[in-house]
Structures are given as C-alpha cells and as structure tokens.
Design a protein around this ligand. Structure first.
Ligand SMILES: Nc1ncnc2c1ncn2[C@@H]1O[C@H](COP(=O)(O)OP(=O)(O)OP(=O)(O)O)[C@@H](O)[C@H]1O
Ligand SMILES: [Mg+2]
Length: 279
C-alpha cells in the first residue's frame, strides 16, 4: 500500500438529525502519519464527523474508503478491527476502579479458564502508559487522577489495540497549560511512531503547535483544508467565521465582519493581538 493512498477517505458524507443537517457533503481524507486538526464553531459538525469516522454513527449518504478500499463502518468494533480508535467528547470513567480496570473496561482480558486476567491487563497497561511516558501508576484509583491524567488514560485506552488512526474529540479542553503540553507531546509521539491522528480542537495555538493540516468546518460543511505551515491564524479564523477575504464587500460590511472575526480570534488565541490587515 503506497503512502500516497489516504489512510481514510470520506466522499460526500451527509448526516441529518431530523431537520438539522449536521454534515453536508463532506469530502475529507486522512493521510498516513499526519496530525489533522478539525476546527470550527460550536455546532459546526466536528463531533459528528468524528463519530462517522469511528463507526459510532452512520452517514445518510456518501462513501468511505480505508487504505483505498471501499468500506462501511457499521459499529465501533468494526472500525476498531480496521485500526481506528476514538476518544469522544466528554467521555467518562468509573472513578471507583483503578487505571488498569478503566483501560480495559468492556474489553477485559480472560485467561484460558475464562477468568479475568488482571496480571496481563496490568502489564499491558504499564506498557501503554510507558509508551506515553506517563507517570500514572497502573493500580492508582481513577478518582485520584487529575483532569490531564484522566485524558492520558483516555488516550492510552485508544492505544491498546495498536490502531493506525486515532480520533480525539477536544483532547485538551479543560486542561491546564502543562497538561495540554503533555497531551500535545503524546500526539506528536504517536505521529512519530507512524500513526495518524485526527484532533478536534477549539484552541488555535494547540492546533498550530501539532497539526500538519487544518480542516475547517462551518455549519456542517467543510469550508477548507489548509497546510498549517502555509496558513495563518487569521485565515483560519476568517474561514471559521464565514468570511471570504477575497470577497468584495462594502466598507461597513467589511468592518462588521472583521470586528466579528477579531473577537473570535481573540477568544480562540487568548491574549495575542490580531492584525486586521492580514485577514
Ligand atoms: N444526536 C443528535 N441529535 C440531534 N441533533 C444533533 C445530534 N448530534 C448533533 N446534533 C446537531 O448537529 C449539529 C452538529 O453537532 P456536533 O456535535 O457535530 O457539533 P460540534 O462541531 O462538535 O460542536 P461543539 O464544538 O459544540 O462540540 C448541531 O446542530 C447539533 O445540535
Ligand atoms: Mg463537538
């Protein structure tokens, strides 16, 4: 299989929830060994896209390919068998169990006598946490972990089956600066080991820190896919906000639109100033 053939390819994917058109003819490919960020406003369709890629949701129309072959993903299990693993937004844990039990929740290993094989699960947990360079202890109760450490366990869970494609829906939301840096490092390490990562993220500095490409969603449509090295915050913010910098508007419309984009840019990038002339 050539590396030029995308790992996953979606063509004209549409999803409706009643009257809500959550995805409108989205065509997007994930390349081998890349971090692809998915950005967009609330309700833009980012989580829906991740759910389609993970087999949790099924498109109303459109087609998918895995390494060049047409596939359907009827379930998360079917996607996992291909090599896809996902961490969904707001995923929760069993706080009364330890790290190892949470990692294997729903897929506990059994020995030859069909007894729970705690020893092997703990050993495998240790290996996976080590591959993330994490200081979390295998037998530590989940309730004692920080938000960032819980996020690490979520990511570790995806690595159990050695997937080729890892889908992360807002992996850094609600994390401190240090915890975010740690998660971004894991993402880079996974790419270095040959995996591809699709990361939904609201935080543009995080996106620019790790993503090779940025897919911008707006109102269910994919409005652009940009090479991170060749684009700017301002271009991404303009696309998220629905502003076409090339469109000729009258002066009042342009100022209104840019002020709106500036406010969004500030929200997305913290305190850094934004230069309106660049939009
Ligand atoms: N199960 C559902 N039933 C009905 N509508 C839904 C469902 N899931 C999503 N939607 C709607 O589909 C649209 C896209 O939602 P989605 O969760 O994909 O957005 P998002 O980009 O992930 O937003 P956020 O940044 O807030 O997480 C929204 O209008 C949402 O209300
Ligand atoms: Mg979402």
């Amino acid at each position: 299989m050539s590396d030029v053939t995308p790992l996953m390819e979606m063509s004209d994917i549409s999803v409706k929830f009643g009257f809500v058109h959550a995805l409108k003819q989205v065509s997007l490919s994930v390349r081998h060994r890349e971090v692809l960020a998915v950005v967009g406003d609330n309700g833009a369709g980012k989580s829906t896209l991740i759910k389609i890629m993970s087999g949790l949701l099924h498109p109303d129309s459109g087609t998918m390919k895995w390494q060049g072959e047409a596939v359907t993903l009827p379930s998360i299990r079917a996607a996992a068998q291909l090599g896809v693993a996902a961490v969904f937004q707001g995923q929760s844990f069993c706080d009364n169990l330890d790290v190892s039990a949470n990692l294997f929740l729903g897929k506990e290993l059994r020995d030859n006598h069909l007894r729970r094989d705690d020893e092997t699960m703990q050993e495998r947990t240790r290996q996976v946490l080590q591959s993330l360079s994490s200081a979390i202890r295998v037998g530590q109760p989940m309730a004692s972990l920080s938000m960032g450490q819980k996020q690490t366990v979520s990511i570790a869970r995806t690595l159990l089956d050695n997937p080729q494609l890892i889908l992360l829906d807002e992996p850094t939301s609600a994390l401190s600066v240090m915890q975010t840096a740690e998660v971004l490092n894991y993402i880079k390490r996974m790419r270095a080991e040959g995996q591809s990562i699709v990361m939904v993220c609201h935080d543009l500095p995080d996106v620019f820190a790790v993503a090779d490409r940025i897919a911008v969603m707006r109102q269910g449509r994919l409005v652009g896919v940009l090479e991170t090295a060749k684009t700017s915050y301002e271009t991404v913010v303009a696309l998220i906000s629905g502003i076409d910098p090339e469109t000729v508007m009258n002066e009042t419309e342009r100022i209104d639109a840019l002020t709106d984009a500036q406010a969004r840019a500030h929200a997305l990038r913290g305190t850094r100033a934004i230069c309106l002339d660049q939009i």
